[in-house]
Design a protein around this ligand. Structure first.
Ligand code: HEC
Length: 135
């Protein structure tokens, strides 16, 4: 019995050291930070959709640029779920930024086909990330 407890203690110590070693690279889940940036993303996305429907390309472009900026902030966060897939989380945040940027360019060019493609891919990044990383 004593040996078993000693063994468990050693195992716990090893796991603790391993855990401590890998923690700094990933950062920590921060609920308030998520809430703040996601509320903003949601608001901007709604304004963006409204601007597209109203064919207000100027407003659509500037809103898309704001979402592009938000993606850089999202990228720095650590999700609660699937933290071991942090690289994929960051890649999805990058994808959001890339397509928001292309959407801004397409809006400036008033290119309807590219606007639709970019908007679809951009929202796809929101949806994909939620499916993978949201509780
Ligand atoms: C790289 C990942 C990622 C991307 C991209 C992303 N989100 Fe999120 N979002 C999350 C995670 C994770 C949560 C849950 C936060 C938590 O666990 O506290 C969340 C939560 C939310 C919430 C809070 C309400 C709820 O239903 O949980 C809203 C609203 C939201 N996101 C909107 C958006 C919109 C709109 C976009 C795209 C413009 C977007 N998000 C893009 C990861 C992402």
């Amino acid at each position: 019995m004593k040996t078993a407890i000693a063994l468990l203690a050693t195992l716990a110590a090893i796991l603790f050291v391993l855990g401590a070693g890998s923690a700094p690279a990933q950062g920590r889940y921060n609920k308030a930070a998520f809430e703040k940036v996601m509320e903003q993303a949601n608001r901007e996305n709604r304004v963006l959709l409204g601007s597209l429907i109203a064919a207000n390309w100027g407003r659509a472009g500037s809103t898309a640029e704001t979402i592009e900026e938000l993606s850089a902030e999202i990228r720095t966060l650590t999700p609660k779920r699937n933290t071991d897939r942090i690289d994929h989380f960051r890649a999805t945040a990058d994808s959001l930024g890339v397509w928001a940027g292309r959407l801004a360019a397409a809006a400036e060019a008033e290119d309807g086909r590219q606007i639709s493609e970019a908007f679809g891919k951009m929202v796809g990044a929101c949806v994909h990330c939620h499916a993978t990383f949201r509780e």
